[in-house]
Design a binder for this molecule. Structure first.
Ligand SMILES: [Zn+2]
Ligand SMILES: [Zn+2]
Length: 395
């Protein structure tokens, strides 16, 4: 059943032209992690123009807008990321990147615009009772922007009863949403492994401890971790993505450096994989007469959606676009997202917003030809606004 009354999406469509212009301007001026100076200044300026109280410099370039309506004290956080990627853009349209080597290749220009659209709508209509915190975070792409805001007291300064975030999804039609309760995106770890042997002549291996052969054995052994140690109904990924060894044809090198990534949906599983990697690497190296040293760092924890908040945002979406356009059982993705650090502090949910399945919006994120689809703006802004109206109903 489609709604007969106008929805936030319908209302926000009236801002389409203005919001599209903002989005194109963000796209043309991409800024990477913690350097979102121009972007955050524009965000702050626009929030102020909407009559929203603005706090800057939380997590360096982070911005929080505060909007109150009525007397309610319940507060909801809505979060968008602002950063671009260190990659050259291959597009040639008018709003292409003007900064060489930097590109809004993940659509965070669109997310920032969607949250501004929700702010504009909520400031104008005030059809809620309580407090909304508009959280514009820096440095989502692996540099710890969400952690930085949380560490600087985000939720102490701006208490939130629940937080919501979103990401555009190429391949999903515009006007569709996808979500699931529980783990939705994997946690991510990066590792570096150094193997020290004894170098020597390529023709006299008997006088060396070859770290290349030892490294190859370790890479092969790592494949047993997911297959033999992680429970079949749980899941993880171990990918060795770098193997750096010698430089000459006839020299067995002293050392080998491996690196890669681990993904898992549960922190316990991540710990288990790390533990297995460490003991396999150490034992295999010892067997070869070499030594191995593993450095493992957590990049993000898993995105875990609250059951209650997932149902609430999915209901809000279905109330606007109809149940048929909302996938409530989206298959979790092995990718990661640092909104997980906000979800680790407060209950909430993270939803995917269709970016388009065909020519417009279908190109995958982090591709040099990607562009956020402006047709998705009202759906992203609309769902954020609708969540507030559902969470903070007017008496
Ligand atoms: Zn990205
Ligand atoms: Zn992204």
């Amino acid at each position: 059943m489609l709604p007969t009354h106008p929805t936030p999406i319908d209302h926000i469509r009236r801002y389409q032209e203005e919001l599209t212009a903002w989005r194109h301007d963000f796209h043309a001026h991409p800024e990477t992690g913690f350097e979102e100076v121009r972007t955050s200044a524009l965000v702050a300026e626009r929030l102020v123009a909407m009559g929203i109280e603005v706090h800057r410099g939380i997590g360096r370039t982070g911005v929080v807008g505060v909007l109150r309506s009525g007397r309610g004290n319940r507060a909801i956080g809505l979060r968008a990321d602002m950063d671009a990627l260190d990659m050259p853009e291959a597009n040639e349209f008018a709003h292409r990147s003007t900064i060489p080597g930097k590109m809004h290749g993940c659509g965070h220009d669109g997310h920032t615009t969607m949250l501004l659209g929700a702010a504009k709508y909520l400031a104008e209509t005030r059809n809620f009772d309580g407090i909304v915190h508009f959280i514009f975070q820096p440095a989502e792409e692996g540099q710890g922007g969400a952690q930085a805001m949380v560490a600087e007291g985000l939720f102490e300064r701006f208490p939130c009863d629940a937080v919501y975030g979103l990401h555009n999804r190429p391949g999903m039609p515009v006007g569709h949403y996808g979500i699931c309760a529980g783990p939705m995106m994997a946690g991510c770890g990066f590792f570096d492994l150094e193997i020290h042997g004894k170098g020597g002549h390529g023709a006299r291996p008997e006088s060396t401890v070859d770290p290349v052969v030892c490294g190859a054995a370790i890479v092969a052994a790592f494949q047993s971790i997911v297959a033999r140690n992680v429970a079949p109904n749980d899941t993880a990924v171990v990918s060795v993505t770098g193997f750096t060894a010698g430089t000459a044809y006839n020299v067995i090198p002293e050392k080998v450096a491996l690196r890669g990534t681990v993904r898992a949906f549960r922190t316990e599983t991540m710990r288990l994989v790390e533990e297995r990697m460490r003991s396999l690497a150490t034992a295999i190296a010892t067997g070869h007469g070499a030594t191995a040293e593993l450095a493992f760092r957590e990049i993000t924890v898993p995105v875990v959606n609250g059951a209650e908040q997932t149902a609430l945002i999915a209901d809000a979406a279905a109330g606007m676009v109809g149940e048929a356009h909302v996938d409530r059982h989206r298959i979790p993705a092995m990718g990661s997202e640092d909104f997980s650090y906000m979800l680790a502090e407060r209950p909430g949910a993270y939803i995917l917003v269709g970016n388009g399945a065909g020519e417009a919006g279908g190109c995958e994120v982090h591709n040099p030809r990607y562009d956020f689809n402006d047709a998705a703006i009202p759906y992203g802004a609309g769902i954020l606004a609708a969540v507030v109206e559902k969470e903070l109903p007017r008496g």
